[in-house]
Write a protein that binds this ligand. Structure first.
Ligand SMILES: Nc1nc2c(ncn2[C@@H]2O[C@H](COP(=O)(O)OP(=O)(O)OP(=O)(O)O)[C@@H](O)[C@H]2O)c(=O)[nH]1
Ligand SMILES: [Mg+2]
Length: 321
């Protein structure tokens, strides 16, 4: 086993930081270490916190961390930031919001920039969760911002998904329609100190009744004021209830198994697409084909199939449905 994997399994924080840096660089040593530690994962519990921008996710994460640290458990925080790594705004805000935890050796905090990437959660987030898990972290909190694919992608890594909304987010119902209802295990109407929180909670509850998402688990709808910590204890209890439900029903194993299968298929696609891009970029004959397409000598789709057939794949492979 690689040295870094060994040190990680021994719970060394520096090995964890190092591994994450290697993962960020796409260093082959990271892949090797991840392979070695994979069998040692599964003890950590992962909670995803997602919702529209500014709904108070980081404040909730900060308060949950505080609460959980009081029990002595270690916490890993991964903030997935959709902005560029250089804009810094959101990261700076998070730093301020979570600053009391930066000096705590029982809390590990890392941000991941998605760099405008669309289509699911960046793969590195899954590796980071696994690395934190292997290093012995008890609770992992993953914050994802926004609505859409990245947000929904949280389901591919979290055991429990918390969706945080606000009383005034008039778009909340819209948010729910955008596939969020299928992934939310717990709803939080944060900023309950503001007007309209009860109505918002009732509206969500009403929609849940209509949708009846899962017969075994009805997602609770909670009110919190994360700024003061109000309702956070209750949120933590509901997260633990959900964990208990998943563990006793066998749902946890099922969920994690599905996540791993999906990750495998995504990796196949990713590697294939990458190799294909490299190959196409370095193909000296490609220009001739492109010129033909531009000159309307052939239509783009048939040209693409012909090109792939002649240069990369057999026609059997391409025509298989
Ligand atoms: N009034 C009130 N404000 C809150 C509450 N919770 C958070 N806020 C404020 O809302 C703003 C956004 O909070 P964050 O925790 O950064 O929200 P976020 O969802 O992490 O934001 P992004 O990561 O940028 O999407 C901050 O100014 C918080 O102080 C609350 O319960 N009540
Ligand atoms: Mg945030």
């Amino acid at each position: 086993m690689s040295e870094i994997a060994e040190r990680l399994l021994a719970g060394e924080q520096r090995a964890l930081s190092r591994l994450i840096t290697l993962l960020e660089r796409g260093d082959p040593a990271a892949a090797e270490a991840m392979k070695a530690v994979d069998g040692h994962t599964g003890r950590a519990y992962t909670v995803g916190i997602t919702g529209p921008p500014g709904s108070g996710k980081s404040t909730i994460v900060d308060q949950l961390t505080q609460l959980v640290r009081e029990t002595g458990s270690s916490v890993g925080i991964i903030a997935v930031d959709p902005t560029s790594p250089f804009s810094g705004g959101a990261l700076l805000g998070d730093r301020i919001r979570m600053q009391r935890h930066y000096l705590d050796s029982g809390v590990f905090i890392r941000s991941v920039a998605t760099r405008g990437q669309t289509g699911g959660l960046p793969r590195i987030v899954k590796s980071m969760v696994r690395a934190l898990d292997a290093a012995g972290t008890d609770l992992i909190l993953v914050e994802t911002v926004g609505v859409g694919q990245t947000e929904l992608g949280i389901i591919s890594v979290a055991d429990t998904v918390v969706v945080a909304l606000n009383p005034e987010s008039g778009d909340a119902i819209q948010t729910l329609k955008a596939g969020v209802m299928e992934i939310a295990d717990v709803y939080v109407v944060n900023k309950a100190d503001r007007e309209g929180a009860d109505q918002m909670a009732m509206a969500i509850t009403g929609m849940l009744h209509l949708a009846s998402v899962s017969p075994e688990w009805s997602p609770p709808v909670l009110l919190t004021a994360a700024l003061t910590g109000q309702g956070i204890q209750d949120l933590w209890m509901k997260i633990q209830d959900h964990r208990e439900f998943l563990t006793t029903s066998g749902g946890l194993e099922d969920r994690r198994g599905k996540q791993r299968k999906r990750e495998f298929l995504e990796a196949v696609e990713e590697v294939l697409a990458q190799r294909l891009r490299n190959k196409v970029a370095n193909d000296p004959d490609l220009n001739a084909t492109l010129e033909k397409v531009a000159a309307k000598e052939t239509d783009p789709y048939s040209a693409a199939l012909e090109y792939l057939e002649s240069s990369l794949f057999s026609s059997d492979w391409l025509n298989a449905q």
